[in-house]
Design a protein around this ligand. Structure first.
Ligand SMILES: N[C@@H](CCC(=O)N[C@@H](CS)C(=O)NCC(=O)O)C(=O)O
Length: 222
């Protein structure tokens, strides 16, 4: 019996889906791409809400098992397909990877989500929306620079790619929709350049997804 292909529910601009695409690519896993167009609110339609009742991408279907949330998916893939590993063996380095993931997924990305930025834009105008985005990306990026300065090698926590990298590249990419000035974050800038040389990261880029299309603001992200 052949195992059914993994199904990824994604949208090209979604940073959380971007993370899962990188993880799948690093693990060398083949998957089918199912586009959920966030600009058309497809995430709130009854069909997608059956997959993720929260109405967020990404979600992953493995046979009849459905899982949402980028961290849960990354950890599921890590345990089901342990090689190549996304987690260092060293306890402290592993914990640092978890901390980086949480700075991004709990303390940065939720504050710069599309509905929040949309609400600010609608009620306070575009300039306030941009300055909100700069403030909250900036707070996260400043913390990440400090956190990683004594640990980074070629990549975030050494010379190998680990979970921290899988979450870092998408949030840096997303910040560029709002033209966050990366010259203030030299370490993150260097890491971002390094990721752009890695095929698993290149293939996961928004512009390389089947549902990509140029948006009004150029490469608009969430
Ligand atoms: N904690 C979730 C967050 C997922 C999330 O925020 N997804 C965004 C795109 S990056 C989304 O689907 N937004 C649609 C909406 O807010 O309506 C994860 O890491 O997967």
């Amino acid at each position: 019996m052949t195992a059914s292909r993994l199904q990824l529910y994604s949208f090209f601009v979604s940073s959380s889906a971007h993370t899962v695409r990188i993880a799948l690519n690093l693990k060398g896993l083949d998957y089918e791409y199912n586009s959920v167009n966030l600009f058309k609110s497809e995430q709130d339609g009854p069909e997608y809400l059956r997959i993720n009742p929260l109405g967020y991408v990404p979600a992953l279907k493995d046979g009849d098992f459905v899982l949402a949330d980028s961290f849960a998916i990354a950890m599921y893939l890590e345990e089901k397909y342990p090689q190549p590993t996304l987690l260092p063996h060293d306890l402290k380095k592993k914990a640092l990877n978890y901390q980086v993931v949480n700075v991004i997924t709990s303390s940065t990305q939720p504050l710069v989500r599309l509905p929040i930025l949309g609400y600010i834009k609608q009620n306070r105008g575009r300039d306030e929306m941009i300055s909100w985005a700069h403030e909250h990306y900036g707070k996260g990026f400043t913390a990440l620079e400090i956190l990683l300065k004594d640990h980074a090698g070629k990549y975030a926590t050494g010379d190998e790619i680990f979970l921290a990298d899988v979450f870092l590249e998408p949030i840096i990419t997303a910040s560029q929709s709002y033209k966050v000035d990366m010259s203030k974050y030299p370490l993150l800038s260097r890491l971002s350049k390094a990721y752009k040389q890695v095929p698993a990261f290149i293939d996961a880029m928004p512009e390389n997804q089947p549902d990509y299309y140029p948006t009004r603001r150029g490469k608009s992200r969430i």
